[in-house]
Design a protein around this ligand. Structure first.
Ligand SMILES: *[C@@H]1O[C@H](CO)[C@@H](O)[C@H](O)[C@H]1NC(C)=O
Ligand SMILES: *[C@@H]1O[C@H](CO)[C@@H](O)[C@H](O)[C@H]1NC(C)=O
Ligand SMILES: *[C@@H]1O[C@H](CO)[C@@H](O)[C@H](O)[C@H]1NC(C)=O
Length: 382
């Protein structure tokens, strides 16, 4: 068998000699076939990949693989609010980042202006249910930011508007510069969402006096920002001015106003970008210096006086006298009381006389929650 095979093996040699004229034709045919297959199969498979959409899967997985390392370069990343509020930027880095302003004024997308509610608190929000009721059904038109003591661990349920709305915070003391730092921190974090247009500072004892529609339209359509700012010639006004703040701050620029302000985006940027006046206020703030009543009103009076309404939007009762305003309890909350603080005033709104002067009120004790919830539908209209 082996011999036969060898012989058979030899056979083609002789055979090839014999068929030497036919073989090249066969080889050319074979080569041609390989050529056709060599070019044909890849192009068929390309066609099949495209036809069955396999190609798409490949390119998709390729771009999502790149996505792990760098953001896709589209507009979305500039207009989407930060994924998590718990970043680890230092205040210095945060204020710098928050001061970014586009040069082109017209937004290239449909921007729905939002109201940023910035809660400056020590810890719990006992009146949270009234805010939940106020905000219900208005998702997309507001944002929430909470600055509480760093040690405070909130336990809002996932369904709450306050869930995971805490910003990185630091110890804050009333009558010290750290209070202004907290307010700037709130503004800077809120500025990171390009859709936030109006910025309202509120405390845990604040409540809304009108429904969201009224509040939203009032603020979004306002020509002015509601920063209380007046020139108090007395000891609690000009008396707190230090002539060594010259030349940055002169006595005629010195203003006093309520800590609880409402400002637009332009003014919020003016606050976070300030590196000129802040050091002066910091240097001459000797506790307790009530710096929160002077820094923001003075800074904005110098920077943009024509944008200020020079009045606050948050009602408070000083009529009982003493160093602190009145705190209201359960027994104070009546229909008459709520109606009076909603409408019983006169002021200018967009240079026209108005009786709606306050959209929020303080100070409300936790015990007022039940009567407030009870009167909300009838009196507050939400
Ligand atoms: C930044 O924050 C993350 C949590 O969000 C933390 O794991 C990480 O250690 C922080 N990095 C720095 C440099 O602080
Ligand atoms: C909000 O309040 C206004 C009047 O204050 C009222 O006309 C309007 O119906 C209220 N909106 C809702 C949604 O309740
Ligand atoms: C607020 O006060 C400033 C001066 O401090 C003034 O220029 C501005 O016109 C006032 N705003 C209104 C609405 O009157």
């Amino acid at each position: 068998m082996l011999k036969m095979a060898l012989e058979e093996g030899k056979e083609p040699v002789t055979a090839s000699v014999r068929t030497s004229k036919i073989l090249p034709q066969k080889i050319i045919l074979l080569l041609g076939l390989f050529l056709v297959l060599g070019i044909g199969i890849p192009s068929i498979s390309m066609y099949m990949i495209q036809y069955f959409g396999i190609e798409n899967v490949i390119t998709y997985s390729k771009s999502s693989f790149q996505g792990c390392f760098e953001e896709p370069d589209n507009l979305e990343k500039w207009i989407r609010p930060p994924f998590s509020l718990m970043h680890n930027m230092s205040d210095k880095a945060l204020l710098w980042r928050a001061s970014f302003v586009p040069k082109v004024k017209k937004y290239p997308f449909n921007r729905v202006p939002k109201i940023a509610f910035m809660f400056l608190t020590r810890g719990p929000l006992p009146l949270a249910p009234i805010w939940e009721k106020f905000l219900k059904g208005h998702k997309g038109f507001y944002s929430i930011y909470i600055h509480s003591l760093p040690s405070y661990r909130p336990n809002f349920p996932r369904s709450s508007v306050f869930y995971q709305r805490q910003i990185p915070s630091q110890i804050t003391e009333w009558g010290r510069m750290s209070l202004c730092d907290a307010e700037r921190r709130l503004l800077a974090n809120a500025l990171l969402d390009i859709s936030n247009e109006r910025f309202v500072l509120v405390s845990e004892s604040c409540v809304p006096l009108f429904n969201f529609t009224i509040v939203y339209n009032y603020l979004v359509n306002s020509r002015y920002s509601y920063m209380g700012a007046f020139d108090d010639k007395g000891p609690f006004g000009r008396g707190r001015y230090n002539p060594r703040m010259e030349p940055e701050v002169s006595i005629t620029d010195w203003r006093k106003g309520s800590q609880w302000f409402e400002i637009n985006r332009k003014l919020a940027v003016a606050v976070v970008e300030d590196t000129k006046f802040y050091p002066k206020f910091e240097e001459f703030c000797r506790p307790a210096c009530y710096v929160d009543e002077h820094y923001f009103p003075t800074l904005l009076t110098i920077r943009a006086p024509n944008l200020l309404a020079n009045r606050t939007i948050t009602w408070v009762d000083w009529s009982r006298g003493g160093p602190h305003p009145a705190t209201f309890g359960k027994a104070d909350i009546t229909e008459e009381f709520l109606t009076r603080i909603r409408q019983g005033h006169s002021c200018d709104y967009n240079d026209q006389p108005s009786s709606v002067c306050f959209l929020f009120a303080r100070k409300f004790a936790p015990s007022t929650l039940d009567p407030l919830l009870k009167f909300a539908p009838k009196i507050l209209e939400f």
